[in-house]
Design a protein around this ligand. Structure first.
Ligand code: ZN
Length: 320
């Protein structure tokens, strides 16, 4: 996604001082008690999610056109076929602005595929070919390992798939793994969000209209703070309200803050443009964003647990 400098760390430092005095959930939101209890309740396994972040990084950078990308895609399809009712693979070749031909795969895992009432969750599974935010220019040409940027969102969706395999949802659920999110230039909007654009033009059926959708991207930071992303608030405010109020009910109000965030170019944008009600849950305040340091040691099991619990609870609430 688009990288934008933020002064949030500075603001947070100030906020923490006042929060601690008021004995509100620990600063940065990692409330230990809710973190330990909600996992068992939702069936989302934070430890396994972190394990899956490591697994993805072990494939190597999932840069389209590489062997690591192909192997990771094959693994994802296999994992999902063991859990979902149907898996649809959208396969195509994308020609970049400079003429490279990239093999692309979107993977859509469906639960209760015949249901008209559905929820869509998505995450990108590719990783970025260059580290254009690396401070050392020598590192700028290295690919991003993508533990948090790519890996964390995929781990959330796989954990949701586990929970739905254990206990089927009461509505249809689609888990979409998009390809080519992070390939090109966000400055010029060239060759980025490739899979999301493709999905928007090749929906599973012509009347496809999920009740709501959530994109999970960069959700594993050890001090997660999700501001309400600009495109989401403008395009699907009722979904932001639904997700944030659910998180706050679970005790994660310090993580899912009511603060208004910036606009971030991410996979939800082409889907919003298509009329789908999809928002982005993202924490861009991650010092290793688009650097070779985006590795699994920067990803927190507790953070994955919080986000996974929210994701599963949103689905379970629909059956009440
Ligand atoms: Zn990225």
């Amino acid at each position: 996604m688009l990288s934008v400098l933020s002064h949030r760390s500075l603001l947070l430092a100030g906020l923490c001082t006042t929060l601690v005095a008021g004995a509100v959930a620990s600063c940065g939101g990692a409330d230990a008690s809710s973190r330990l209890t909600t996992g068992a309740a939702t069936g989302f396994d934070g430890a396994l999610a972190l394990e899956r972040v490591r697994k993805q990084v072990e494939f190597g950078p999932r840069v389209p056109g590489t062997a690591a990308h192909r192997a990771m895609g094959d693994w994802l399809v296999e994992e999902l076929r063991a859990r979902a009712d149907t898996v649809i693979v959208q396969e195509w070749t994308h020609t970049t602005a400079d003429g490279q031909r990239l093999p692309m795969r979107n993977i859509l895992a469906r639960f209760r595929p015949a249901d008209a009432q559905r929820v869509l969750y998505l995450a990108h599974w590719d990783s970025r070919p260059i580290s254009d935010r690396a401070l050392d220019p020598a590192q700028a040409q290295l690919p991003v390992p993508g533990a948090n940027d790519g890996g964390s969102g995929v781990a959330i969706l796989l954990g949701v798939a586990d929970a739905l395999k254990q206990q089927a949802p009461t509505v249809g659920v689609d888990l979409l793994f998009t390809d080519g999110e992070d390939w090109g230039s966000f400055d010029t909007n060239t060759d980025v969000l490739i899979g999301a654009h493709y999905f928007a033009e090749h929906l599973p059926d012509p009347g496809y209209a999920p009740l709501f959708g959530v994109l999970f991207d960069m959700v594993g930071d050890e001090k997660p703070v999700f501001e309400q992303e600009g495109h989401s608030v403008r395009g699907a405010p009722e979904v932001v309200q639904r997700v944030w109020s659910t998180a706050q009910r679970l005790g994660h109000g310090a993580v899912f803050t009511n603060r208004m965030g910036i606009e971030i170019t991410d996979d939800h944008v082409p889907l919003l443009a298509k009329g789908l009600r999809v928002i982005d849950v993202i924490d861009l305040d991650y010092p290793w964003h688009h650097t070779p340091e985006d590795t699994p040691d920067k990803v927190s099991q507790a953070s994955l647990q919080i986000v996974g619990d929210v994701a599963v609870t949103l689905l379970r609430d629909l059956g009440k």
